[in-house]
Design a binder for this molecule. Structure first.
Ligand code: CTP
Length: 414
């Protein structure tokens, strides 16, 4: 995984307890390290029956802590007292997987090993991800203990329904690493610059139906829009993702509104921008649609030289409709457009910025092989309504998104 700004220099305590899912926590520790976090692993005795400490230290490059009684805690901790030192200055305590036994200990404040002592001493936010047999998870004792922890402010990542190591099926499976990281991002970002702000983002290429089988679309993958949604979530925003894209993983925490046509996207955008702080229109909206949508599949004739012709009509320009609504209601407070151009990049972008009443436009040259549709990188120029113009270096769509979101923050503050 690529480094993620949100995780840069963050010290995450990863508590691992004795569940078979402990081996999956190795992947979590590895990915958290790859995205830039400093991961200090604490293992219970039972966890060490499933995985060795050296497995974790190999992927984190840091010591693994297993006992309260080691005097040398190492690892550059703020104090030599392990249980206090580990918690002090930590940004987050993630206990994954957490067993029913450790849940019970935490709920009643027991402190008889390094993990449970650290949980009492730490002041940072705590996330727990239970993994156990479905019967144990649903047991009233476990549910009551979880309720106590959640009431106390602990974030619970619900286990998933699926097959256990025992072969039985139920609720208790450890979620996959990306889901866990999605939850961790939400907690780390929750007090970010867009906390409490509603940001509407559109993504993907609209689909304009010809008949029940066929449609017209474009090459937009939706990747830039989804990356923008993740970047906004990382700074605490409430994100509504209006998407014509399919098959992309939805960033955890985004409210997805799937759409197909430009008209549908227009209707939904006009509804959701009411009361929104910003609209970011990364979608590639079709400008034309078939004038008639056939009710039945259009059949070809037996004459091989014959083909139907398609009459097209214009779709609504969504940003123009937003401009009009905004003039009356004042919402959304900030509007950002995108301009995908194959020629005269700056002139065309400037024209769209002015004509569509935007605060900012992100322009890119779609003919460049390393920018634009489908690829994971983009090379953009950002123009704003005050006449400023800035070219960003080639960067991942995630990095471009962080830059765009940072400018949205500035616009909302000004
Ligand atoms: N857009 C829109 N409604 C449309 C077409 C585009 O809201 N019917 C938005 C896009 O989401 C984007 C911006 O307008 O934020 C520019 O889109 P683009 O396709 O580059 O420009 P068009 O306005 O369609 O102009 P042209 O196709 O002539 O370049």
């Amino acid at each position: 995984m690529e480094p993620i700004t949100l995780f840069k220099d963050k010290r995450i305590l990863l508590g691992v307890t004795g569940s078979i899912a402990a081996y999956k926590a190795v992947d979590l520790a590895s990915k958290l390290t790859q995205v830039g976090a400093l991961v200090d692993v604490i293992m219970t005795d039972a966890a060490q029956r499933f995985v060795l400490p050296i497995t974790f230290s190999s992927v984190t490059g840091r010591p693994v802590y297993t006992s309260m009684w080691h005097s040398d805690t190492g690892g550059g901790l703020p104090t030599h007292i392990a249980h206090v030192g580990l918690g002090e200055g930590a940004d987050l305590f993630v206990i994954a997987p957490i067993t029913a036994n450790t849940i019970a200990k935490l709920a009643s404040g027991l402190a008889d090993d390094l993990l449970s002592v650290t949980a009492l001493a730490a002041h940072c936010p705590t996330i727990i991800a239970p993994a156990m047999d479905g019967g144990m998870y649903q047991h009233p004792a476990t549910q009551s203990n979880l309720h106590t922890l959640v009431k106390r402010g602990v974030t619970l990542i619900e286990p998933e329904v699926g097959r256990f190591a025992s072969g039985m099926v139920g609720k208790g499976r450890f979620p996959d690493t990306l889901t866990l990281i999605g939850h961790i991002r939400r907690v780390l970002g929750r007090e970010g610059a867009l906390a409490g702000r509603k940001i509407v983002i559109t993504a993907g290429g609209t689909r304009e139906a010809i008949d029940p089988v066929r449609y017209i679309t474009n090459h937009s993958s939706g990747k830039q829009g989804y990356a923008l949604a993740q970047a906004a979530l990382d700074v605490g925003a409430d994100v509504i993702l209006i998407s014509a894209a399919r098959n992309l993983p939805v960033p955890l925490g985004a409210a997805l509104v799937p759409v197909n046509s430009a008209q549908q996207m227009c209707d939904v955008v006009l509804k959701y921008v009411d009361g929104a702080d910003a609209l970011i229109k990364a979608a590639a909206v079709a400008d034309f649609r078939p004038a008639q949508i056939a009710d039945q599949k259009i059949k070809k004739s037996h004459d091989a030289s014959e083909a139907p012709s398609l009459a097209l009509t214009r779709t609504p320009d969504i940003l123009l409709a937003v401009k009009q609504q905004r003039a009356e209601s004042g919402w959304p407070r900030v509007v950002v457009g995108f301009a995908a151009e194959s020629q005269n990049l700056l002139d065309n972008a400037q024209d769209k910025l002015t004509r569509k009443g935007l605060d900012m436009i992100v322009a890119n040259d779609i003919t460049a092989p390393d920018a634009g549709f489908a690829v994971d990188t983009n090379r953009v120029v950002i123009l704003d309504a005050q006449g400023a113009q800035e070219s960003l270096d080639l960067a991942s769509k995630a990095a471009v998104s962080e830059q765009v979101i940072a400018r949205v923050v500035t616009l909302l503050e000004s």
